[in-house]
Design a protein around this ligand. Structure first.
Ligand code: AP5
Ligand code: MG
Length: 213
């Protein structure tokens, strides 16, 4: 069973992926995480991506597609979740082509819908460890001690693109480039719309109930 989770920034893609990885043993494939890893490594790709991501724009399709090409091959024979890729119709078409060459396919494309005011609250209140592995929210899932990770005791940080002034650019990029994916996956017959409002557990139940997995 192979899934795509898409939707606006802050819709809960990462949160739901983490639950599916933990409970259903999916492999998590997130281009956002791959790009942030490249930034931490200081690679050429990372340097290029950083200035684009920090201002809330999308990294060009050609860069993202070449980034995922080799990584997709590693997913063969596994159950995986694509999180944040594809996020343009061009990327979706490239993905279809790559997957058919590899003999892979997507079974469900879950669209998580969340209203804009809640998205802004979720993003501006998100805090995480430097490597992004442990994610909190100052209001909805706070750590036991403010600003400190429960698991690693590290200081929590705010993602640079979660600052309020950047969030509006991310929402614009989403509307212009990613929202059209809904039609794309509706046409291919695998779209499942999930209301992303409610607790993480409530949203998780809705996803799992439409999966038979
Ligand atoms: P990426 O890292 O993919 O970010 P995004 O799509 O903007 O989404 P987020 O990770 O911000 O949100 P999420 O839906 O995962 O929410 P989460 O579960 O963490 O991409 C970042 C950037 O990289 C892009 O802007 C772009 O520049 C570039 N990029 C990446 N992929 C690309 C691509 N394919 N093409 C071009 N550019 C690309 O939740 C958010 C917060 O809400 C958390 O604090 C969480 O605890 C809380 N929360 C979640 N669910 C709930 C709930 N049900 N109830 C209460 N709180 C909740
Ligand atoms: Mg995420």
């Amino acid at each position: 069973m192979n899934l795509l989770l898409f939707g606006p920034p802050g819709a809960g893609k990462g949160t739901q992926s983490a639950l599916l990885v933990e409970r259903k043993r999916f492999i998590h494939f997130s281009t956002g995480n791959m790009l942030r890893e490249a930034i931490r490594e200081g690679s050429e790709l990372g340097k290029k991506a950083k200035s684009i991501m920090d201002k809330g724009s999308l990294v060009p399709d050609s860069i993202v597609i070449s980034l995922v090409e080799d990584e997709l091959k590693k997913l063969k024979g596994k159950n995986f979740i694509l999180d944040g890729f594809p996020r343009t119709v061009t990327q979706a078409e490239a993905l279809d082509e790559l997957m058919s060459k590899l003999g892979l396919s997507l079974d469900r494309a879950f669209f998580l819908s969340v209203p804009q005011d809640l998205i802004v609250r979720r993003l501006t209140g998100r805090r995480m460890t430097k490597d992004g592995r442990h994610v909190y929210h100052i209001e909805f899932s706070p750590p036991k001690k403010m600003g400190v990770c429960d698991v690693t005791s590290e200081e929590l940080i705010q993602r640079p693109d979660d600052r309020e002034e950047v969030v509006s650019s991310r929402l614009e990029a989403y509307e212009a480039s990613t929202a059209p994916l809904k039609k794309y996956y509706e046409k291919s017959g695998i779209l499942v719309e999930v209301n992303g409002v409610g607790s993480s557990e409530e949203v998780y139940s809705k996803i799992v109930s439409s999966m038979n997995f």
